[in-house]
Design a protein around this ligand. Structure first.
Ligand code: ATR
Length: 288
């Protein structure tokens, strides 16, 4: 059991909905493991209450906050300062309360980078194909753009991919970025010599577990396949990638590492990632 005293530091998640979040289990396990006097709770904050909720962070002295859907962009206008990464990506998932100032960070994209590195895959100098051009893809693209040789963004709605690629080109002067339509023809063409394939769409997520964004025949053993979907933990895409000899990374690693990076921003302590992953897995199992 977590001991709560008058001096316990409170961290929180704000989002809507938050009931099924794995973050409380993950962070409380980490605090407990390191014997830190912190507690993490989740607040369900509807969009019209976001401003009040952020004022409450200062008012109540809440120490650190995670921000999730649908507030990652709108929360920015209530903050005092943004870290460089959050400013570039235009998204915040972590707030540090420095007393006078609320500072916004984003750990989503770096979490993905750490997840890849944890699996022994360094995207530096690699050719990467990312599927999707929504918020998750955007966060990952901003974290990868400085490292990879080539980044191809494929999306069902071509215009969104084009817009994201244009922005990356502008922000990073990154000429190795291209956009395309998420279609079988294009996939067939680009995947042959690709090193890392990232699914940042929701295709394959529960309850649509029989769906996959890429046919098995287009996958190969030289690929690392990273799926940001973590329900189910082993998506059809990952199962089929494994079956052709590709290296696989599941979406729970990204969740764990974005959490680990937030934890480090708040506590200054090195996050116990294995403990966090175990706690998240246990919570996932309880939800089954
Ligand atoms: P998130 O913030 O999780 O990325 P999002 O902004 O709604 O959520 O983005 C979801 C992504 O999954 C988008 O790239 C979306 O494609 P569109 O831009 O065309 O909507 C993609 N996506 C969702 N369902 C899909 C499907 N059935 N087939 C292909 N792509 C899909």
């Amino acid at each position: 059991m977590i001991k709560v005293s008058g001096g316990t530091k409170v961290c929180a998640l704000i989002g809507c909905p938050v009931e099924h979040s794995l973050s409380p289990a993950m962070h409380n396990a980490a605090f407990q493991h390191l014997g830190l006097d912190y507690i993490y709770v989740a607040f369900n904050v509807p969009p019209e209450r976001l401003g009040d909720a952020v004022l409450g962070i200062k008012g109540l002295g809440i120490y650190g906050v995670n921000v999730t859907m649908p507030h990652k962009i709108n929360v920015i206008k209530y903050l005092d300062e943004l870290d460089e990464g959050a400013r570039l990506a235009g998204s915040v998932n972590t707030i540090l309360n420095r007393g006078e100032k609320l500072v916004g960070y984003t750990t989503d994209g770096l979490g993905a980078l750490r997840a890849l590195r944890h699996a022994g895959v360094d995207p530096a100098g690699r050719k990467v194909v990312i599927l999707g051009a929504g918020g998750a893809s955007r966060a990952i693209c901003f974290a990868l753009a400085n490292h990879v040789r080539e980044l191809i963004i494929l999306n069902r709605t071509l215009e969104r991919a084009v817009k994201l690629a244009d922005e990356l080109r502008r922000v990073f002067s990154f000429v190795g970025v291209r956009a395309g339509l998420l279609s079988e023809n294009v996939l067939e063409d680009v995947l042959k010599d690709t090193d890392i394939l990232i699914n940042a769409t929701s295709v394959g997520m529960k309850p649509n577990i029989n769906e996959t964004p890429v046919k098995r025949e287009l996958l190969h053993g030289n690929l690392t396949v990273f799926d940001i979907v973590y329900e189910p933990l082993e998506t059809r895409l990952l199962k089929e990638a494994k079956s052709v000899g590709a290296r696989t990374v599941d979406g729970l690693w990204m969740l764990v590492y974005q959490g680990a990076l937030s934890f480090e921003i708040w506590t200054g302590a090195k996050a116990p990632v294995e403990v966090m992953r175990e706690a998240a897995l246990k919570r996932l199992g309880e939800k089954e």
